[in-house]
Design a protein around this ligand. Structure first.
Ligand code: ADP
Ligand code: ZN
Length: 655
């Protein structure tokens, strides 16, 4: 199969520089984008993807979250209709909630979309089928199961399918991080709908996953469009976890009233954190897979409807969230891969406004992940034993365990390295990093201006080599028989029963780091493990032992950097709310417009962002339009919304 090499990110983002202009779209197409969505320009690669869609050429579109993938498959059906094509376009989407929201959003814009899914009554489905037959639907959303259900494909065949967009296409690849068995069947799409062009879209795909998508879907000479993986509007911070809840509060202090997702590793943690936050005065809830489906839906809806600010969740709180104004994503523990990190942090700032991602990590997370992986590998192996599986199945299992470890190590290395986070992520996905020009901080020498490293927030502990040697020495002097907490107690000179009983109070290292905070010392010990100076034994009661590298450090042959615990960042980060272009944002007005949006959304039974995005509200609160003509020039205001909502919002702005 012949495929085009992907367009490198920096070219994709700077066509002018390399003399490869984006394809010129027909003026009528640009007019659609203006009229329906209220956007006067396309984002990088949208023009390429849209023109492939119109031409019926297969494509693979990899754009970061918030990059605007939906437009790539929503615009072509309109052009096809104009050209007299009577066939419809289909979009396969993995979650009903996502489909519903997209369809609501499109309808609000006056766009002819509909969905068919199992959450609808038979009558509702009949209505949609009739509308499709009558040519009143140009884009139909369906689940993968439905699309290939016997009978349905035949029915679609009689209608005629022009193009099929596969959203979240990485779910088809087992090399991705979110493999979904039901996506596997999509390998039959090509044979089932040979006349239709196929368009795969995803936000997170390494080159290997991209290739796998192309192969599985049997894409024919696809236009291969890979945007930059960078999300310049996200500020990344990665900190050692010393006192997780205090660190969480510090972050949330910058985001009162904003939407925040707090990812936790266990179900119990989500409930504990939510409870804690409620006591601290936040409107917070918990979400995890162990909850009843109704309870889960309630939390998800409340968050979408802006009735809940903070959700403490496991990763089960994922793809269904389409709230575009999530201002912070906090990880209380380390995710198991950079792919997961990218995907989960990707839920912040989809509206393109500045948002913050904070990861709190400790070596304890690595230990936990390894034990989870080992546990599930053991279970899987037992299942293979039971079913008398062949050699190949065991090999596949080993390979996947091995792959999991490699991914975890990559994540761990990233967390432990004081290197620009934007650069690290982009390079991890096989691209070169070019710091994006930011409005308020010009990039210099690759400084992104949007991560803790480049913002100069990463501090090293003073005398860290000496501190490290004292800790290593305490490990040796106590006989390499204890864990981090005990070692910390010895060096800080704690007067505990255990220390007294074991006679460790008379050691020269006893109290060698008196005055240091216990949790900080424990974190330092974890950092020594991360640096490979200490190793943790296997078994039920793991203890810390010195490695060969550790001996060298103890002898003073190595410099050991230890990261100091984060300090409260007194200065509030310049928030996106302060200014918008040349105008200052009236924050009171912004809050009033948000309430108005919430009321309208509740009355119409749609999520608030379907009414207007935060970006639109912000522009309204800055420019304060007085007439419908002025209102129409605001980004995100199309013809239908102008007619529908213009007067109401103008009244709110004027009043
Ligand atoms: P993705 O699916 O890639 O995560 P979306 O399609 O949901 O991204 O788009 C993200 C946000 O960007 C949405 O609020 C969308 O309305 C907005 N958007 C998309 N294209 C444009 C554009 N050309 N100009 C301005 N905003 C856009
Ligand atoms: Zn940086």
């Amino acid at each position: 199969m012949r495929t085009e090499p992907p367009i490198p990110a920096q070219e994709a983002h700077g066509f002018d520089d390399v003399g490869r202009p984006a394809p010129a779209l027909h003026p009528a197409v640009l007019d659609d984008v203006r009229r329906i969505w209220g956007f006067d320009a396309l984002r990088p690669l949208q023009a390429e993807a849209i023109s492939a869609g119109i031409a019926g050429r297969d494509s693979l579109v990899v754009l970061p979250t918030g990059g605007g993938k939906s437009l790539c498959y929503q615009v072509p059906p309109l052009a096809a209709a104009r050209a007299g094509d009577t066939r419809i376009d289909v979009c396969v989407s993995p979650l009903i909630a996502l489909m519903k929201d997209q369809v609501d959003g499109l309808r609000t814009n006056g766009y002819p979309a509909a969905a068919l899914h199992s959450g609808m009554t038979g009558e509702e489905r009949d209505d949609v089928r009739r509308a499709v037959r009558a040519g009143d639907v140009r884009l139909l959303f369906v689940s993968p199961e439905r699309l290939l259900a016997p009978g349905f494909d035949a029915w679609l065949g009689t209608v005629g399918v022009r193009a099929i967009a596969i959203d979240e296409a990485h779910c088809i690849s087992q090399w991705g991080h979110d493999f979904r068995p039901e996506y596997r069947q999509m390998a039959r799409l090509r044979a089932t709908f040979p006349q239709a062009s196929l368009h795969a879209c995803t936000a997170t795909a390494t080159p290997r996953v991209q290739q796998d998508i192309v192969d599985q879907l049997e894409l024919r000479d696809p236009l291969w469009l890979v945007g930059s993986f960078d999300r310049p509007n996200l500020i990344y911070r990665i900190e050692p976890r010393v006192d997780g809840r205090r660190q969480l509060l510090e972050v949330l202090g910058r985001h009162r009233g904003d939407a925040v997702i707090v990812y936790c590793l266990s179900r119990k943690d989500t409930e504990g954190v939510a409870e804690f936050l409620r006591k601290e005065g936040f409107v917070a809830g918990a979400y995890h897979a162990g909850m009843a489906p109704e309870a889960r839906a309630k939390v998800q809806d409340a968050f979408a409807e802006e009735k809940l600010d903070v959700v403490a969740a496991t990763v089960a709180f994922g793809m269904g969230i389409d709230r575009s104004n999530v201002r912070a994503v906090v990880h209380m523990t380390m995710p198991k891969s950079i792919e997961h990190y990218q995907q989960e942090t990707g839920r912040a700032g989809r509206d393109g406004l500045e948002s913050e991602c904070v990861l709190l990590h400790s070596y304890a997370d690595v230990v936990k992940w390894n034990s989870i992986t080992d546990g599930s590998a053991d279970e899987a192996r037992a299942r293979l034993d039971e079913s008398g599986a062949d050699e190949e199945a065991y090999e596949a299992l080993d390979a996947s365990v091995e792959q999991g470890r490699t991914q975890l190590e990559a994540m761990q290395r990233m967390a432990a390295s004081p290197v620009c986070r934007h650069r690290w992520i982009v390079e991890h996905f096989g691209q070169q990093y070019a710091a994006a020009a930011r409005d308020d901080r010009s990039p210099d020498g690759g400084n992104c201006g949007a991560c803790d490293v480049c913002l100069g927030e990463v501090r090293m502990a003073p005398d860290s080599t000496t501190v490290a040697r004292k800790l290593l020495s305490a490990v040796v002097r106590t006989g390499q028989r204890f864990g981090a907490a005990y070692v910390a107690d010895v060096v800080r000179g704690a007067e505990t029963e255990d220390v007294a009983r074991r006679g460790h109070a008379s050691l020269p290292t006893y109290g060698a780091l008196k005055g240091e905070d216990r949790s900080t010392l424990i974190n330092y010990v974890f950092q020594l493990v991360e640096h490979g100076l200490l190793a943790r034994t296997e078994g039920e009661h793991p203890v810390l032992v010195l490695t060969a590298e550790g001996s060298r450090a103890l002898r003073g042959e190595l410099e050991v950097p230890l990261r100091a615990p984060p300090r409260g960042r007194g200065r509030k980060h310049a928030t996106a709310k302060a200014v918008h272009g040349a105008h200052e944002v009236d924050t009171d007005l912004f809050d009033r417009l948000r309430s108005l949006r919430r009321e309208l959304a509740t009355a119409r039974g749609v999520p608030p962002y379907v009414i207007f995005s935060d970006a639109t509200l912000l522009e309204l609160a800055a420019r304060k339009p007085r007439t419908l003509e002025e209102f129409a020039t605001v980004k995100g205001v199309g013809e239908k919304k102008l007619a529908d909502l213009g007067e109401t919002f103008l009244a709110a702005i004027g009043g």
